[in-house]
Design a protein around this ligand. Structure first.
Ligand SMILES: [Zn+2]
Length: 433
């Protein structure tokens, strides 16, 4: 193992001493008090805190018992480290990333002259911050520090994290202590499928050129970013450019005979969402095909057979539908409240052309079965890998007002924000404050 520098040994010993309960001699400094509280609070309830302690124990063994004892004695006599003031200051560049289905990794910049770091977390829906762990500054490698929160289950969950460094400050000098709102993070993994590919489903409209395969990518990328930034949710994408490639197939095949590969790309994810805009039968409602009234616009969330029997997935579908309906009304491309949530699988509406093209019926959560499974290949793909999946038909691109809102750049962010808020609501997640 690598040789530890002296400050690291001092810090290791300091932490070890607090954990062992022999810290009475220097309990008056800010840092010791903080660590003591944390050791007591975090030691029992957080497996991550235990992991941190194990790390220190291993280091102690490695560095030899002599050093340990000697450092403790110095501490109890009150040395320079114990006599200065310490303050807790927010760390720089704190980031959180889903590490696995049951782990979230935090990273931040090592703070100059930090003695240790205090990590706190708050569960979505709770106002209480809990001590997650405290780690020794010696754990920093290079310019950054990392810590992994091992979650107690793979159930989708969201936390807010904040990390503060215990930093030595000259006697009498006060540093600002941060009371920040923390950053969101989650183990939820969503597979986003921007429907079709570049150039697909182009509408002949010289004034407001529109192409579904281009616009769904715009929505998908905005949704990915919104989920990450506002909710700490990670996405995998079936495509991030105009073109799509999966399993040796590309564009046309993945929109046709091999379309189920898009849904199967959700393998290992918690949720699959294929993003689309809707169309209607030729000359529906007695109006030209691409000159439909705004009253036809309504969100239709098509579920796969897995989502149909999953209460939480239906909650997500309801929340997406309601949020998209509100966003469409705000963008003046639909009437108000054009979505009816369902109260369970028995209320799922069987999709039909008449429903799709109706100008009086609201959108809702729908299903289209075929041969005992899912009619849509993309949803069948997600079902093949056991993942609840939706096709979200946000609204009709056969409505001129919709194409104008899209061309003006205000519709993609509005729908992405709506989709993200719906996903978050369905899982009980909070937006970053
Ligand atoms: Zn489509």
């Amino acid at each position: 193992m690598k040789k530890m520098p002296l400050p690291a040994l001092v810090a290791v010993a300091l932490v070890a001493a607090v954990v062992l309960g022999v810290a009475a001699g220097f309990g008056a400094t800010g840092v010791a008090r903080t660590f003591e509280q944390l050791a007591g609070a975090a030691g029992e309830k957080s497996p991550s805190a235990e992991k941190s302690t194990r790390t220190h124990t291993a280091s102690d063994k490695d560095s030899g018992a002599e050093c340990d004892t000697e450092t403790k004695r110095e501490k109890s006599e009150g040395d320079a480290v114990a006599s200065h003031d310490s303050e807790l200051v927010a760390v720089e560049n704190l980031e959180a990333e889903r590490a696995s289905a049951s782990a979230i990794e935090l990273t931040w910049d090592a703070a100059a002259s930090a003695e240790g770091y205090e990590i706190e977390r708050r569960a979505a829906g709770s106002d209480a911050w809990e001590d997650a762990a405290r780690i020794d500054a010696a754990d920093a490698t290079g310019g950054s520090v990392a810590w992994t929160d091992e979650l107690d289950s793979t159930e989708p969950q969201q936390y807010f994290y904040r990390v503060r460094a215990a930093v030595a400050a000259p006697q009498g000098e006060k540093r600002a202590s941060s009371d920040d709102a923390g950053i969101p993070a989650s183990n939820l993994l969503v597979c986003l499928d921007p429907g079709h590919y570049a150039g697909c489903n182009e509408v002949p409209d010289a004034e407001n050129p529109y192409c579904e395969g281009d616009f769904t990518l715009e929505v998908g990328l905005a949704l990915r970013d919104e989920l990450a930034e506002t909710y700490g949710v990670t996405c995998v994408m079936t495509r991030e450019t105009g073109s799509i490639s999966l399993g040796g197939m590309s564009d046309e095949a993945l929109d046709n005979t091999a379309i189920q590969l898009r849904g199967e790309a959700a393998d290992g994810c918690d949720l699959f969402i294929s993003l689309h805009t809707n169309a209607n039968l030729d000359d529906a409602n007695g109006a030209p095909t691409f000159e439909q009234p705004t009253s036809i616009t309504k969100p239709i969330v098509l579920t796969n057979t897995v989502a149909a029997s999953d209460e939480r997935a239906l909650a997500v579908a309801n929340a997406i539908g309601e949020a998209v309906a509100d966003a469409s009304a705000s963008c003046d491309i639909a009437r108000e409240g054009a979505f009816d949530p369902v109260n369970g699988p028995q209320e799922l509406r069987t999709w039909s052309d008449a429903f799709n093209d109706s100008t009086t019926e609201n959108g809702t959560v729908s299903i289209r079965r075929w041969n005992g499974g899912d009619y849509y290949g993309v949803l069948r793909g997600a079902a093949n890998v056991g993942v609840p999946g939706f096709i979200v038909e946000h609204g009709h691109h056969t409505v001129p007002e919709m194409r104008r809102a899209a061309a003006e750049g205000r519709l993609a962010p509005a729908w992405a924000e709506a989709d993200a808020s719906g996903i978050a609501e369905g899982y009980g997640f909070e937006a970053a404050r």
